[in-house]
Design a protein around this ligand. Structure first.
Ligand code: SF4
Ligand code: SF4
Length: 444
């Protein structure tokens, strides 16, 4: 079966929310919409206290080439534009809005019917994707219009639509593919049109048979779109791993997928492209899984951006006394939530509650040179060596020589280590330092 060549692991997938159909989360009384929901420069707010806004209205404009538009997800009155702590505790400018009714911008087509007739030109599609604030919704949140504009000397041979969803627990993409397959197929055709009509593959792990069936049926009328069943192996959804699995092309160290003739987009991004181009709907909401063994009811919510996590937890009947750790995203690559008053963003795919037993750390032992971490690393790195160099301090040249910047922070090394050494924790800190050195050198 199709998969990547190097490394990888097989954690239990724990997709306990997979049978929960998408339901719209009731609006909270107040939202706080972050201006930094995308990779790159934060947006600049263009509303002030006292302004009235409607759903879909622009409230933040891009402040650089790699930046994005931000829209109001609710209707109501702006009560503050102020710095607030995000999920990990960083202070970021938010637009705070008191919710009043649910009035949408009249130009948004809210009808249920499918619009599969793609009439917009390549330039018009790109402009609409940009003005709709669409970013990579698999977690990276890179502005989509930038990714769809490869350098002039590079050509996309393949568009890979990433429906692998290899992170345990997360089921948002699975539900979206099962319930919105026809829209995703149109969204894929839209993005392929921008890229010059290249071959598209919708890539789904074997543990989502209903999604594979739905997407195969929806794509049957598109000659250039094919659905592929991939082996269940983590991190199958990593960009470089997906490209290797599907095309056998290798992305060189430190390079982007376009160097291997590929553009990778998430299924939720394809759906957002459909809604933007065919329905004139900007990105104001997404599907988010709320899950964990200590959650009363497993959920896949359609949630507006800016919704407080505390409101979602309360609505889901989550007993916080049983949750030792809350994670935004999946257990392998997600971020520990430091502030439950933080709000949902474009990259918020999952809210996972873990129990004390699930988060208990075993005593750390010595490295026994078993090599299991190197065998598991999907980037062909030697995690034990990166760990040793990191531990010794200031070994940045050696860390760069050993390609610490290629680490995709997948956590396979930590997962597999029999001595319970927190390899990724230390590698991640030193990767940040090495990346700073590389960036400063490039500026000179
Ligand atoms: S898996 Fe752990 S014990 Fe084995 S070589 Fe790597 S760091 Fe050492
Ligand atoms: S976290 Fe980094 S070093 Fe560890 S297995 Fe993943 S890519 Fe390799």
């Amino acid at each position: 079966m199709i998969t990547f060549k190097i490394g990888g692991i097989h954690p239990h997938d724990n997709k306990i929310a997979k049978n929960a159909a998408i339901e719209s989360l009731k609006l909270p009384n107040k939202v706080a919409i972050s201006m930094a929901q995308h990779l790159g420069a934060p947006a600049t707010p263009i509303v002030t206290k006292g302004d009235s806004v409607v759903v879909g209205q622009v409230i933040g404009e891009p402040s650089g080439f790699i930046s994005g538009f931000v829209h109001s997800s609710v209707s109501g009155t702006v009560v503050a534009v102020e710095p607030r702590a995000d999920i990990v505790g960083n202070m970021v400018t938010h637009v705070v809005i008191d919710v009043e009714g649910d009035i949408w911008d009249e130009s948004i087509d809210r009808s249920e019917g499918l619009n599969s007739n793609i009439v917009a030109s390549q330039d018009a599609i790109l402009a609409k994707i940009k003005s709709s604030g669409i970013v990579g919704m698999g977690g990276a949140t890179f502005p989509t219009h930038v990714k769809l504009c490869p350098p002039k000397d590079k050509k996309a041979d393949f568009l890979l639509i990433n429906g692998a969803e290899c992170e345990p627990y997360v089921t948002a993409d699975d539900r979206l593919m099962r319930e919105k397959s026809a829209c995703i197929a149109v969204g894929t055709a839209i993005m392929a049109k921008v890229l010059g009509g290249c071959k598209s593959y919708i890539c789904i792990e074997e543990n989502k048979p209903e999604a594979i069936a739905a997407m195969t049926a929806a794509c049957s009328k598109y000659e250039n779109i094919e659905v592929l069943k991939l082996k269940k192996k983590y991190p199958q959804g990593g960009e470089k791993q997906l490209i290797d699995a599907v095309t056998k092309h290798q992305v060189p160290s430190g390079a982007l997928p376009i160097e291997a003739g590929c553009v990778v987009q998430n299924v939720a991004t394809a759906f957002a492209a459909y809604e933007a181009v065919q329905k004139n709907k900007p990105l104001i909401e997404r599907v988010m899984t709320v899950t964990g063994q200590c959650v009363a009811e497993q959920k896949n919510y359609l949630v507006r951006f800016g919704t407080p996590l505390s409101y979602i937890l309360e609505t889901s009947g989550c007993n916080l006394e049983n949750a030792a750790k809350i994670i935004s995203g999946g257990p392998m690559m997600g971020k520990a939530v430091a502030n439950i008053e933080a709000t949902t963003q474009k990259g918020s795919s999952c809210l996972l509650m873990l129990t004390k037993e699930q988060t208990a750390r075993m005593p750390i032992g010595n490295c026994i040179r078993c090599g299991k971490c190197a065998d598991a690393c999907p980037m062909g790195l030697e995690p034990w060596l990166l760990y040793k160099l990191s531990e010794n301090g200031n070994q940045f040249d050696a860390l760069e020589d050993n390609k610490i910047f290629d680490c995709i922070e997948c956590g396979c090394c930590t997962f597999t280590c029999p001595s319970f050494i927190p390899l990724l924790d230390i590698i991640r800190v030193n990767k940040v330092e090495v990346m700073k050195i590389i960036r400063n050198r490039a500026k000179k």
